[in-house]
Design a protein around this ligand. Structure first.
Ligand SMILES: C[S@@+](CC[C@H](N)C(=O)[O-])C[C@H]1O[C@@H](n2cnc3c(N)ncnc32)[C@H](O)[C@@H]1O
Length: 412
């Protein structure tokens, strides 16, 4: 039996809700709560289901904030779910395009569906996994214009969906092997479920299609007239998504979108006329300046490094290595900046000596294009000072080097 079922109907649901309310005000540890439930005569299966949901809701706060306390989850579903701040961006594209009803094909626990429904559009959410479909139905319970269907999206007749009023499709293909097979990433988009080519083909029948994909997707898999966007949240690369022309007001090409916890957004788009599958522009290599900058991963993966370099008057330190450099690079949301203090051999003795003159007691170590183990290097530095420093292990002028630097505040 599903571990969700016991909490989806009475009296399990009421028990979950009352315990959630209590946990929100006077939390107790979940093992303690499980014991108390069992000793008060709650059937073991129900007690386990309730405690599992409370634990998943707690873990889900990182993605959904306080509304996690009103949702239900499966473990896999939570892991794969789009975080709220990003799902809201997906939903905005549909709303801005005047969409009325979205088919969310492979809806999981329904994070994207909830965001779409929350912006007032109808939703048809479909998933092949009975537990995911159950969770999606529970999460969409307050939206009259949302339906959940259990089934294989590959069996759907897309023309029939259009006849039923669906005017846009969102797909977020499963990109991992099942937990039983170690839950590893599937890199080939044709082995995703549904395969990328199937999701792209749906646009021949319903022209407004959005597909969430792995950030590592090769540019040549992207239809040239679509728009591909890489998204990071708080500096972590979380997804790429592909948008057919009706959902891409920015036009064909690629972009990066950087979101932070405060809801601030910053983006860079490719130049007008560039197709989404064009290779990334090459960035000029320049001599190391007094500033080195580590770009956000969404900038790098989207191929927007050349745009960013032009914007701030920077170049890269070495070919194919994504560190920008220049003199007095301005503060920017698109990178972390460091003041270059010294360049040494990439050896512990030389780096220690440089750090000692800085009185550094702790060091963050970054690397690109240099095969070192940061933890092993840190241990061998034997620091005793009080200050902080950064060591960037990379290539400069074709040689492995340690760039000893100081992190610059974001707002200077
Ligand atoms: C990455 S998850 C979707 C997550 C969802 N966007 C969210 O934010 O909650 C992919 C889902 O696709 C479902 N799926 C995979 N192949 C499917 C198929 N052929 N038909 C229907 N659903 C499928 C999986 O069961 C899984 O729940």
């Amino acid at each position: 039996m599903s571990t969700l079922t016991p909490v989806l109907s009475s009296p399990g649901w009421e028990l979950l809700e009352s315990l959630q309310a209590r946990q929100d005000t006077t939390p107790v540890s979940l093992p303690e709560l499980a014991g108390a439930l069992r000793s008060s005569g709650v059937p073991a299966e129900l007690a386990a289901a309730v405690v599992t949901q409370l634990a998943l809701r707690r873990a889900a706060r990182a993605k959904f904030g306080p509304i996690a306390s009103h949702m239900v989850f499966t473990r896999d579903g939570l892991e794969q779910a789009t975080r709220l701040v990003v799902a809201a961006r997906h939903a905005q594209r549909f709303r801005d395009a005047g969409v009325r009803r979205v088919a969310d094909l492979g809806c999981g626990i329904g994070a994207d569906s909830v965001a779409i429904a929350g912006l007032g559009m109808g939703v048809l959410a479909v998933d092949i996994d009975p537990e995911a479909a159950q969770a999606a139905a529970a999460n969409l319970r307050d939206f009259d214009d949302a339906q959940v269907r259990l089934g294989d999206v590959m069996d759907l007749d897309i023309a029939e969906l259009a006849g039923d009023g669906v005017d846009a499709i969102f797909a977020d293909p499963a990109r991992r092997t099942g937990a039983a097979r170690g839950s590893s990433r599937i890199t080939d988009p044709e082995r995703w479920s549904p395969p990328l080519s199937s999701a792209l083909r749906w646009a021949q029948t319903i022209s407004a299609v959005g597909v969430k994909v792995a950030p590592g997707i090769a540019y040549d898999r992207i239809p040239p007239t679509w728009h591909a966007q890489w998204v990071s949240v708080g500096g972590d690369l979380v997804e790429a998504s592909l948008w057919s022309p009706p959902l891409a007001p920015e036009g064909p090409g690629r972009s990066c979108l950087l979101l932070d916890e405060t809801g601030a957004a910053h983006g860079i788009s490719s130049r007008d006329g560039q197709e989404a599958n064009a290779p990334a522009e090459v960035v000029d290599v320049v001599p190391l300046g007094n500033t080195i900058a580590e770009p956000d991963p969404a900038v790098i993966r989207s191929g927007m490094l050349a745009q960013l370099a032009r914007l701030v008057g920077a170049g890269i330190v070495s070919p194919s290595i994504a560190y920008l450099t220049g003199d007095d690079l301005p503060a920017s949301p698109f990178y972390d900046r460091f003041e270059v203090l010294e360049v040494t051999n990439l050896r512990a003795k030389a780096i220690s000596a440089a750090l000692r003159t800085l009185n550094a007691g702790s060091v963050e170590i970054k690397k690109r294009g240099a095969d070192i183990d940061p933890d092993a290097l840190r241990k061998s530095l034997k620091l005793s000072g009080v200050g902080q420093a950064t060591v960037i292990a990379t290539r400069v002028d074709g040689r492995h080097r340690a760039i000893v630097c100081r992190r610059l505040p974001a707002n200077l």
